[in-house]
Design a protein around this ligand. Structure first.
Ligand SMILES: O=C(O)[C@H](O)[C@@H](O)[C@@H](O)C(=O)NO
Ligand SMILES: [Mg+2]
Length: 382
């Protein structure tokens, strides 16, 4: 049970996802991107893995913080190890981020599952083994036939319904798109999707994240006429009072925070202040599976749903171990990308979706990621 090794391997993989200058993903030609796998090993030969961007587990972070906390410790003490690592953040000069906490916590959960031959959601205490997914569409673009017009969104939504999705979330247009942001265009895209899919499909929006209060309110009021289920991150989430102001005036549920700092503590303040109607968590956003579960249970205590940000196995296990969330966020999706092709460093999808729109939690041990270690070694960078 004692941890005796922490290893980072960086490797190349091929993807058609490209990030724009604001960090939003869009389709493009295949290109090589570096990915990192963090591995935590124990004296008795067990290991757990988790993937992240290489900079999140760069040598400075691993040597100065992660190894110092983990080496020599009982890997089963996830709650104590999470706090021990989190306490290093304040004095880290902002070098130790919630993303690093998250990848370490996920590798520890994967290690526990692989050691006990159990999937993570069963270790947490499962609520279900499958969950409905909503199709989370990429941010809009200026690619002809892509997501450049409201009609493009409508056509793509029809494709997603045919694939089996029972819910769809639009990420609308944001800079660097030349004419974005534009509330009226956002509402045209939402109207085109509602027209295309009919009243039975659940719809949500995740809009430009820096609208003013008045723009965000206008967007929300327009969505109420289209029977949308929630409005997500239309303003800077650092202004919790702006969300309180907006949610006091809107009937459409306000969901958040996704990107605001503070982990489960900050999300407790959003609940206490009435700044949101649906809480939001995400393994990368709050520093791991451990705090994501705490956030989920916090929301449950207030009779609230808490929706989980992001795809991949780590978020799927949080959803599967919780009653008070309706969806798994499957994406990000685009007409020019085939999500079901997965990643070249995994033998199979971690979130396979059936024709009825249900994602089935893998019953493989740990996070259940079917890792292609040959790909990692054959494409190793360091
Ligand atoms: O702003 C973005 O980059 C996207 O919204 C992204 O974070 C997406 O994963 C999201 O917010 N989902 O809710
Ligand atoms: Mg979001």
């Amino acid at each position: 049970m004692i941890i005796n090794d922490v290893q980072v391997r960086v490797f190349n993989h091929t993807t058609r996802r490209h990030s724009d200058t604001a960090g939003h993903a869009h389709p493009g030609p295949p290109h090589q991107v570096q990915q990192a796998i963090l591995t935590i090993r124990t004296e008795d030969g067990h290991e757990g893995h988790s993937f992240t961007a290489p900079e999140i587990v760069r040598p400075h972070v691993i040597e100065k913080f992660v190894r110092k906390v983990l080496i020599g410790q009982d890997h089963r003490d996830r709650e104590r190890l999470w706090h021990d690592l989190a306490h290093w953040q304040r004095g880290s000069a902002a070098q130790l981020t919630d993303r690093t906490l998250a990848v370490v916590d996920c590798a520890l959960w994967d290690l526990a599952g692989r050691t006990l031959n159990q999937p993570v959601h069963k270790l947490i205490g499962a609520y279900r083994d499958k969950v409905l997914a909503y199709g989370s569409i990429m941010c809009g673009d200026e690619i002809e036939g892509g997501l450049a017009t409201p009609e493009d969104y409508g056509r793509f939504a029809e494709t997603l319904v045919a694939r089996g999705y029972k819910g769809i979330k639009l990420h609308t247009w944001m800079p660097p798109v030349s004419w974005a942001p534009d509330v009226k265009m956002d509402l045209k895209a939402c109207a085109a999707v509602r027209e295309a899919v009919g009243p039975g499909i659940r719809l949500m929006i995740d809009a430009f994240h820096w609208y003013s209060r008045t723009d965000a309110l206008a967007l929300g009021r327009g969505l109420e006429k289209l029977d949308f289920d929630w409005i997500e991150e239309p303003m800077d989430e650092q202004s919790m009072s702006s969300y309180k102001w907006m949610s006091d005036q809107l009937d459409i549920p306000v969901i958040g925070p996704e990107s605001a700092a503070g982990k489960h503590w900050g999300r407790a303040e959003w609940v206490a202040s009435g700044a949101c109607d649906i809480l939001r968590t995400g393994v990368n956003d709050v520093g791991g599976i451990t705090p994501a579960i705490k956030t989920m249970r916090l929301a449950e205590s207030f009779g609230m749903e808490c929706e989980v940000h992001g795809n991949t196995a780590m978020n799927l296990h949080v959803v599967a171990a919780s009653k008070n969330c309706r969806w798994y966020e499957r994406g990000l999706l685009h007409p020019f990308l085939e999500y079901d092709d997965g990643f070249d460093y995994l033998h199979q999808l971690s979130d396979p979706m059936d024709a009825e729109g249900f994602v089935h939690v893998p019953d493989r041990p740990g996070l259940g990621e079917d890792i292609d270690f040959d790909h990692i070694e054959n494409n190793r960078v360091r």
